[in-house]
Design a protein around this ligand. Structure first.
Ligand SMILES: *[C@@H]1O[C@H](CO)[C@@H](O)[C@H](O)[C@H]1NC(C)=O
Ligand SMILES: *[C@@H]1O[C@H](CO)[C@@H](O)[C@H](O)[C@H]1NC(C)=O
Ligand SMILES: *[C@@H]1O[C@H](CO)[C@@H](O)[C@H](O)[C@H]1NC(C)=O
Length: 493
C-alpha cells in the first residue's frame, strides 16, 4: 500500500515536471524541444520505470556512445531572422501607445546583431560535454583505466566544427589528469572524421538523396501544420500586448525565447510573453517537426541510419571476439565515442525503438505508420527536450557475465538515454537485453533495409507513406501547399 502511494506520488511528480501548466514548477528551459540545454533535463528521470539490476559478476567490456554536440549559438541564417524581428518590432511600436508593451521590447536589439559567423559550440556547450566525459569515466572506470590509445578509445566526430569541438571537450574531461600537459595534466588525443561528403555513419542525412528530397518536399507541409497554433497564439499576443504581431513574429519570438532561455538563461523577456500553455503548444509544434522530419514520422528518417546501427553491432561483436579469444589488454577497443547532430541522435534513438508506447513498437515492426504525437494538454512520450537536447546521447554498454550467473546469456547490452537506463520495447521494456535479443530482435529487423536501397528509392513511394500528406489532404485540395512565411529550420541541428 505504502509502496503504491510512493509510486503514485512519483508518477505525479513526473507528470508535473512535464505537464505543469501555470504552477510554479513550470520551467520554460525544460520545454525548448531540441534547443533545451542538457543540464535542465539530464536529472529528470522517468520514475515509473524501474531500471534493471546488473547481475553480480557481470563486468562492462565495451561502450558505444552516440552524442549530439552541446549548446551552440544560432546559425547565421537564424541571426538574420532575429535582426528582422528587431526591425519589425520597432515598426510595430511606432504606431502604438505602448502602454501594454513589455519594457525590454522598447529599443530591443538582437544579442547576436552584427555577428557574421554562427553555429559554434558555446562555453556552456563545452561544459556539457566536458562534464559528460568526466561522468562516463566515473560510471565505467574499468573501461577507461590504463593508458590511452586512440584505437582503444576511438573518438569520432563529424566534420562540422561544433561536433568536433564537442568531441574535444568530451575528451578533455575523459582524459584530464591522464597526461603531462599543463596544470590540468591534459593528454592529447585523436578525433577523427570522415569527409562531409561521404560520412554515412554520422551524417547519413546529408548523403542520402531520397531523404534530402523527402525533407525538401515535407518542410512546407510541416510549416502548414504549425500555422493554426501560431495563428492562435498571435491573436492572443495581439490582444495581450496591443501590437499587431504577424505569424512570422510569433514564430521568431518563440525562436528568440528558446535562444534566450537556453543560451543566456533569460526567461523573462521573449519567454515571458507566452503563458505556460502557449509554451506547451509551441514546444509541441517543434516536437512534431522533429517527429516528422527526423523521427518516427517516416521510416526513411531512421532507416538511412542503418550503417551507424551496424557499426555499433560490429563494435560489440569485435569486443566479444576479443573476450572469447582472450586478447591481451590494449589490443582491442573498449569504447567507440561519436559526436554528431540531432539528425544523427534522433534516428539512432528510433532505430533502438526508444520512446515508443503501447502498440507502437509492433506497428514499427510491421512497418505501419505511427500517429503523430497528440496535441497538449494530452500527454505524449515524444519530447524533443528528452530525445535530443543539446549534448543528448545514447550509451550502449556491453557486459560479460560469468557462466555461473543467473542470466540466460553470457553477454548483456544495457541501453542508457542521457545517461539514464531507459525501457527498450524490443527488449521487453527492460533497459537490459541479452546480446542475442539485441542483435536478433532490435538490430536484425532493420538490416533488411540497406542504406543504398533506402537512399535511392524514388520519392513518390515514400510520399505515399508520409503523415502530413494524410493530415493535410483537405488543405492541399483547397490551396496548393505554398512555402508559407514561416522560416523553416533546414540548418543542421
Ligand atoms: C516511463 O516508464 C514507463 C514504464 O516503463 C513507460 O511505460 C513509459 O513509456 C516511460 N516514459 C517515457 C517518456 O519514456
Ligand atoms: C495587422 O496586420 C495585418 C497583416 O499582418 C493587416 O492585414 C491588418 O490590417 C493589421 N491590423 C491593424 C489594426 O493594423
Ligand atoms: C516480459 O516481462 C514480463 C513482465 O516483466 C514477464 O512476465 C515476461 O515473461 C517477459 N517476457 C519475456 C519474453 O521475457
Amino acid at each position: 500500500m505504502r509502496k503504491m502511494a510512493i509510486a503514485l506520488s512519483f508518477l505525479l511528480f513526473w507528470t508535473i515536471v512535464k505537464h505543469s501548466n501555470s504552477n510554479q514548477e513550470f520551467d520554460v528551459r525544460q520545454h525548448l524541444s531540441t534547443v533545451t540545454g542538457y543540464g535542465v533535463v539530464k536529472d529528470v528521470i522517468n520514475t515509473s520505470f524501474v531500471p534493471s539490476h546488473i547481475p553480480d559478476g557481470c563486468t562492462p567490456i565495451h561502450l558505444n556512445l552516440v552524442a549530439r554536440h552541446g549548446t551552440r549559438s544560432p546559425t547565421k541564417k537564424r541571426m538574420k531572422e532575429l535582426e528582422k524581428l528587431a526591425s519589425h518590432l520597432e515598426e510595430l511600436m511606432r504606431d502604438t501607445t505602448l502602454h501594454n508593451v513589455p519594457a525590454w521590447m522598447r529599443g530591443w536589439k538582437s544579442p547576436w546583431r552584427g555577428k557574421s559567423k554562427g553555429g559554434e559550440l558555446i562555453e556552456k556547450g563545452e561544459g556539457e560535454l566536458y562534464n559528460l566525459g568526466i561522468r562516463i569515466k566515473e560510471m565505467f572506470p574499468s573501461l577507461f583505466e590504463g593508458d590511452y590509445h586512440p584505437d582503444v578509445h576511438t573518438i569520432k566526430a563529424t566534420q562540422v566544427h561544433r561536433a568536433s569541438a564537442s568531441a574535444v571537450a568530451f575528451g578533455m574531461g575523459l582524459l584530464s589528469g591522464k597526461g603531462t600537459l599543463g596544470h590540468g595534466r591534459h593528454r592529447a588525443f585523436a578525433v577523427t572524421s570522415e569527409s562531409r561528403a561521404s560520412d554515412i555513419l554520422l551524417r547519413f542525412y546529408d548523403t542520402c538523396e531520397s531523404y534530402k528530397a523527402y525533407r525538401e518536399k515535407e518542410e512546407p507541409a510541416v510549416n502548414k501544420l504549425k500555422e493554426p497554433v501560431l495563428d492562435e497564439i498571435s491573436s492572443a499576443l495581439i490582444h495581450r500586448y496591443g501590437l499587431n504581431f504577424t505569424r512570422q513574429d510569433t514564430a521568431s519570438l518563440w525562436f528568440l525565447c528558446k535562444q534566450e532561455a537556453s543560451l543566456l538563461d533569460i526567461v523573462d523577456q521573449a519567454c515571458g510573453l507566452f503563458t505556460p500553455s502557449e509554451v506547451a503548444l509551441l514546444e509541441w509544434t517543434d516536437d512534431l517537426e522533429v517527429f516528422i522530419l527526423k523521427g518516427y514520422g517516416q521510416s526513411l528518417n531512421y532507416r538511412m541510419g542503418v550503417p551507424l546501427l551496424e557499426d555499433v553491432l560490429q563494435s560489440m561483436e569485435q569486443a566479444i571476439k576479443a573476450q572469447e579469444e582472450k586478447h591481451p589488454p590494449g589490443s582491442y577497443e573498449k569504447a567507440r565515442l561519436r559526436f554528431a547532430h540531432a539528425e544523427t541522435v534522433v534516428p539512432f534513438t528510433c532505430l533502438l525503438g526508444l520512446f515508443l508506447e503501447g502498440s507502437e513498437f509492433q506497428k514499427i515492426q510491421r512497418e505501419q505508420p505511427l500517429e503523430i504525437p497528440p496535441q497538449p494538454p494530452r500527454s505524449r512520450n515524444w519530447w524533443g527536450s528528452f530525445v535530443a537536447p543539446f549534448a543528448g546521447n545514447n550509451i550502449l554498454i556491453l557486459y560479460t557475465c560469468p557462466a555461473s550467473s543467473s542470466t540466460s546469456s553470457k553477454y548483456l547490452v544495457q541501453v542508457l538515454h542521457n545517461e539514464k537506463p531507459i525501457p527498450v520495447p524490443g527488449c521487453n521494456y527492460s533497459d537490459l537485453c541479452p546480446f542475442e535479443v539485441f542483435k536478433e530482435g532490435i538490430v536484425a529487423p532493420h538490416l533488411k533495409h540497406s542504406y543504398n536501397a533506402v537512399c535511392t528509392a524514388n520519392l513518390e513511394r515514400i510520399e505515399k507513406k508520409s503523415i502530413t500528406s494524410k493530415l493535410l489532404l483537405p488543405f492541399r485540395w483547397l490551396f496548393p501547399v505554398s512555402t508559407g512565411d514561416t522560416q523553416s529550420t533546414k540548418d543542421e541541428l
